[in-house]
Design a protein around this ligand. Structure first.
Ligand code: FAD
Ligand code: MG
Ligand code: MG
Length: 269
């Protein structure tokens, strides 16, 4: 895997991620699917690079909920920090122990698997994560009060998400929202691009995706994606266990879905 649960010192972590992404970008004679993701990766790294020119680190944050899209965004951000020479341990006399400020808004009915992955990934990537349990607008208003230097927040929204259609790489929040700049480096990635990247780089991800969940909300409104239900096997067919002898899930893993517009079929709203 790209990383393990034993956290690396931050500069080494970012250097390692940068190396692996370099290798990915340099891969030749690849499928069209991989070539597309290579192109999207370059665009996203340029956008993040621009953000790092425009803002100082204390002015930047990342909106992180343990989902696949902001996970890819996080990995690209760490790569870009290395590239810009910003992955050193900050001034030792300051009490900031990481370069990556994050904000996580807990769902009213969170999945334990999501919570667990947020904690696990915060350790792996040394995230300075502030958590809020309230509706989004109120949460961001509190977050800006608690981190008054933050001016811009990286968000993993994609074009096919609700409200994603007209977003640019940089957008101020809409009126009625706390004022900051939203940065959308992965806006034009497709669902398959996200999974191609995660699987090529072997990035650990939230366990719910292996159970057929393709979009993560709360426990009351999120189900495995019906498109991923396994075909019933004929009686007596030896199909209920995988090669490790563990019970097979009724659903295929999230990375087997392809169509962007089928991603939310496991969501009630
Ligand atoms: P998801 O794929 O679940 O989320 C897309 C991305 O949003 C994630 O990759 C992650 O970066 C972020 N995100 C989603 N949920 C959380 C969470 N619980 N905690 C932390 N990050 C999360 N809507 C407007 O109409 N106008 C706005 O100006 C506006 N500003 C926003 C600013 C930020 C920083 C965020 C996170 C959301 C904002 N929204 C705004 C809401 C946004 O349009 C989506 O409704 C919201 O992100 C939920 O996304 P989703 O579930 O559709 O997709
Ligand atoms: Mg998403
Ligand atoms: Mg969501």
């Amino acid at each position: 895997p790209l990383v393990t649960d034993t956290p690396l010192p931050f500069p080494e972590l970012c250097a390692r991620i940068h190396d692996r992404i370099r290798t990915f970008l340099d891969a030749k004679n690849v499928s069209d699917r991989i070539r597309n993701v290579q192109a999207q990766t370059r665009i996203s790294l340029d956008v993040i690079g621009e953000a790092l020119e425009q803002y100082r680190l204390p002015e930047l944050s990342l909106s992180y909920n343990g989902g696949k899209d902001c996970l890819v965004l996080l990995i690209l951000y760490l790569c870009a920090l290395h590239k810009k020479g910003l992955a050193q341990i900050p001034n030792p006399s300051s009490n900031i122990e990481t370069a990556v400020q994050c904000v996580y808004i807990q769902d009213a009915h969170p999945f334990p698997e999501v919570e667990e992955f947020v904690v696990r990934s915060s350790k792996i990537y040394s995230l300075a994560l502030l958590e809020y349990a309230k509706p989004m607008k109120a949460a961001f208003a509190d977050y800006l009060k608690d981190t008054p230097l933050v001016k811009a927040i990286l968000v993993g929204t994609r074009r096919t998400d609700p409200h994603g259609e007209h977003l640019k790489h940089f957008d101020p929040t809409d009126s009625g929202w706390p004022a900051f700049v939203r940065i959308h480096p992965v806006i034009d990635w497709h669902y398959v691009d996200i999974w191609t990247f995660i699987r090529f780089l072997n990035i650990p991800y939230c366990s719910l995706y292996d159970l057929g969940y393709t979009s993560l909300g709360g426990t009351t409104d999120t189900h495995p994606n019906p498109k991923l239900v396994r075909q019933p096997s004929p009686p007596h067919a030896p199909q209920t266990c995988d090669t490790n002898g563990t019970l097979k899930s009724k659903f295929r893993p999230a990375y087997e879905l392809v169509d962007d517009y089928e991603e939310r079929l496991g969501r009630d709203r």
